[in-house]
Design a protein around this ligand. Structure first.
Ligand SMILES: [Fe+2]
Ligand SMILES: [Fe+2]
Length: 223
């Protein structure tokens, strides 16, 4: 069976991920590279594992998490759909069973808030893990605090995010996204402006997993 380690070591995956990153960098977007993919892979796996999913489901969502943004190698627009098809081709070429590859395709094709919906456990966990990764390390290094005024809202929000992590509380049945924002750099309202749609999708994703989505910013429970 194909594992997440096999996928990470695959030459085609490495090339496609490098090309995706070069396109995103050229467009000036927040990074989507190996760091983001690895975190989303881990968190998505942690979410499914914490709600008691079978180990193979956990492995499949880890693979989906690692590959979820490879569509950026084609075009930022509709990168969820193009990435889904790319992932299906790569995984079946590697020898993954069609059914497993198709489940990963569906999860990746639904991870973006523009057209995505939580249509499976894999999809729901992937959505939450992806939207949870807001962090200043995602902002490109040539941006300093001095140039904050010229930044787009995505970079401002990411730069102000000191810490973000997602946890499943097995006692309360809540999936908790906990974010610490430096409010000198970015008012909490800016965060909401870009994240409102994403948080709505996270809530639907948690619903799909029979859990309640909770958002905590600077120790205040907002959702
Ligand atoms: Fe994405
Ligand atoms: Fe992503």
């Amino acid at each position: 069976m194909i594992t997440v380690a096999d996928v990470k070591n695959d030459e085609e995956v490495k090339v496609i991920m490098a090309i995706a990153e070069s396109q995103i960098e050229a467009l000036g977007f927040t990074e989507h590279s190996v760091r983001h993919s690895s975190i989303v892979s881990k968190w998505a796996g942690d979410i499914l594992s914490a709600i008691g999913a079978q180990p193979r489901r956990v492995e499949l969502v880890q693979i989906a998490g690692y590959l979820h943004d490879i569509g950026n190698s084609v075009n930022r627009e509709d990168h969820a759909q193009s990435g889904a098809l790319l992932a299906y081709n790569i995984l079946t070429r590697m020898g993954m069973e069609y059914e497993e590859a198709a489940e990963i395709m569906m999860a990746i094709g639904n991870h973006d808030e523009k057209q995505g919906l939580p249509v499976s456990d894999l999809t729901a966990a992937l959505i939450i893990a992806d939207k949870a990764d807001v962090h200043k390390s995602r902002v490109r290094t040539n941006i300093t605090r001095m140039s904050m005024g010229n930044l787009n809202i995505h970079d401002r929000v990411n730069l102000a995010a000191e810490k973000s992590f997602v946890q499943v509380d097995t006692e309360t049945n809540e999936i908790v996204l906990n974010i610490t924002i430096d409010t000198d750099l970015c008012p909490v309202m800016d965060y909401f402006e870009i994240y409102f749609k994403r948080m709505q999708l996270c809530r639907r994703a948690a619903d799909f997993l029979d859990r309640k989505f909770v958002l905590i910013i600077n120790n205040v429970r907002l959702l």
